[in-house]
Design a protein around this ligand. Structure first.
Ligand code: PXG
Length: 447
């Protein structure tokens, strides 16, 4: 082990922390540590500055180390470090909810429930959906329809609704769910932006409704753009059709925008806004606080909120939704989110992302039909490159390429046989040039 890469920690000091989604033994015998972050760059333990093409883990949309957020957090910690959110409030939480409705929410989603992560947002949305139908006198509507290759976090709802086999196979049964097919079609390979073919895949929802009956289905949940599954984009018209079918059959539609919200898709706050399809509930996290402090939010239609709050099932002095977290609307997270919203507005970052999406698209598609490449996809400031599996033991081509890129000053994320990227929205042409020079060389090095 290189002591340098372990940032001065001994092998024994690496043992106590059980790292998430990590091959712990492999990591601990060959650690890779970050020690700093600023703007588009991360610093490695050996002092090298690395371009971060993943905005941390799809979350630092305004770039790393934003002083405005640090100042807001430190001020809030001294003013009020914590406030009990159960039957008490604090002004910043209300101000933030109003701000999000105004600045981020797609038209019609004007109520917000705060959580501490995307996984909690997904749990919260599914609980809202089930209780909503119960309050409407349709308690049999409990089943969910999700999608193959979906990622909805790691809590029980997210595991149940996950379409990524490795994320669910070890954990046994949970929520009842059916799965629509994913929308990654070979005929759409090398599409620029949303693919043309495949809107008819949405019709499969009709078959599932035919099989289960709408009287048993609470909601359909989809990432409007699948992130962790490998940046899988919705064919043109697909999400519109899901919306229509849900409306016809009285089924709620949940968009999981944990990755796609907060400007990631360019020129819009959310994918819902960008494509003009409004879900009934929308889950978010990550870019809400620029990744600086954990926080998630579920946006929902007022009609759903009113159904709970005006229900004759609950006496007016009792909570209408028996759900919430110790840290719901944590004042420090609210302060971080408010400062993040200021940055998004003042720096016009969603418009900047939209502007940079064009050179990003040009650059990524220079890789089309390149060595061992099967597909290249892009949307907003998102990009994926799929490689032909090498069919041998050992790391995938994507993992090998990612390692070479890291040696050469760029971090990219391998996801199965794909490399996925989601750079901070502050990206400029010079970063795009470096990223694709390094990536192209790495791709041409691996057999
Ligand atoms: N929904 C979606 C769509 C996500 O992308 C979550 C829920 C869960 O959020 P939290 O905050 O609980 O992690 C996510 C998270 C990857 C990767 O490998 C993606 C996520 C998290 C970790 C890794 O691409 N997305």
């Amino acid at each position: 082990m290189s002591n340098n890469q372990a940032a001065g920690l001994s092998p024994e000091e690496l043992q106590a922390w059980w790292m998430p989604f990590t091959a712990n033994a492999a990591f601990k015998s060959n650690p890779r540590m970050y020690t700093g972050a600023e703007g588009m760059y991360l610093t490695m333990a050996d002092g090298r500055k690395i371009i971060d093409t993943n905005a941390g883990l799809w979350c630092c949309n305004a770039g790393h180390g934003r002083k405005e957020i640090a100042d807001a957090v430190s001020k809030q910690l001294l003013e009020m470090d914590y406030a009990n959110p159960f039957s008490y409030g604090h002004p910043l939480a209300f101000q933030l909810a109003n701000r999000l409705v105004e600045q981020i929410a797609p038209e019609g989603l004007n109520r917000v429930f705060f959580t501490n992560s995307g996984s909690e947002a997904v749990d919260t949305a599914t609980k809202i959906a089930r209780q909503y139908w119960r309050l409407k006198g349709e308690a049999s509507k409990t089943c969910f329809i999700a999608r193959v290759k979906a990622y909805h976090g790691v809590n029980w709802a997210g595991v149940s609704l996950s379409g990524l086999t490795p994320n669910r196979k070890a954990f046994g049964p949970a929520l009842e769910a059916d799965f629509l097919r994913h929308t990654l079609l070979p005929e759409n390979a090398y599409s620029r932006g949303l693919p043309d073919n495949g809107a008819e895949l949405a019709e499969e929802l009709n078959d599932m409704i035919g099989m289960r009956d709408a009287s048993n289905i609470a909601a359909v949940i989809v990432e409007p753009m699948s992130g962790a599954g490998g940046i899988i984009l919705p064919p043109k018209g697909y999400l519109q059709r899901l919306r229509e079918i849900c409306d016809q059959h009285n089924i709620l539609l949940i968009f999981d925008e944990v990755i796609s919200a907060y400007g990631r898709v360019g020129d819009a706050a959310t994918m819902a806004e960008k494509i003009g399809v409004t879900p009934d509930l929308m889950t978010t996290a990550k870019g809400l606080t620029n990744g600086a402090i954990p926080m998630g939010a579920v946006y929902l239609k007022q009609e759903i909120y009113d159904t709970f709050v005006n229900s004759s099932d609950t006496p007016s002095i009792a909570p209408e939704f028996m759900h919430g977290y110790t840290y719901s609307a944590h004042p420090v997270a609210c302060a971080a989110a408010m400062a993040t919203m200021d940055i998004y507005r003042d720096d016009q970052l969603f418009a900047h992302a939209g502007k940079m999406a064009t050179p990003w698209e040009e650059a990524i598609h220079t890789l089309d039909h390149g060595r061992n490449i099967n597909d290249v996809r892009n949307y907003g400031l998102l990009g994926a490159i799929d490689f032909q599996p090498h069919g041998k033991a050992g790391p995938s081509r994507a993992a090998q390429i990612a390692n070479i890129c890291l040696e050469n000053g760029v971090t990219v994320r391998p996801a199965g046989e794909s490399i996925v990227m989601s750079p901070p929205l502050i990206i400029e042409q010079e970063h795009i040039d470096t990223i694709f020079n390094v990536l192209t060389d790495a791709i041409n090095t691996v057999d």
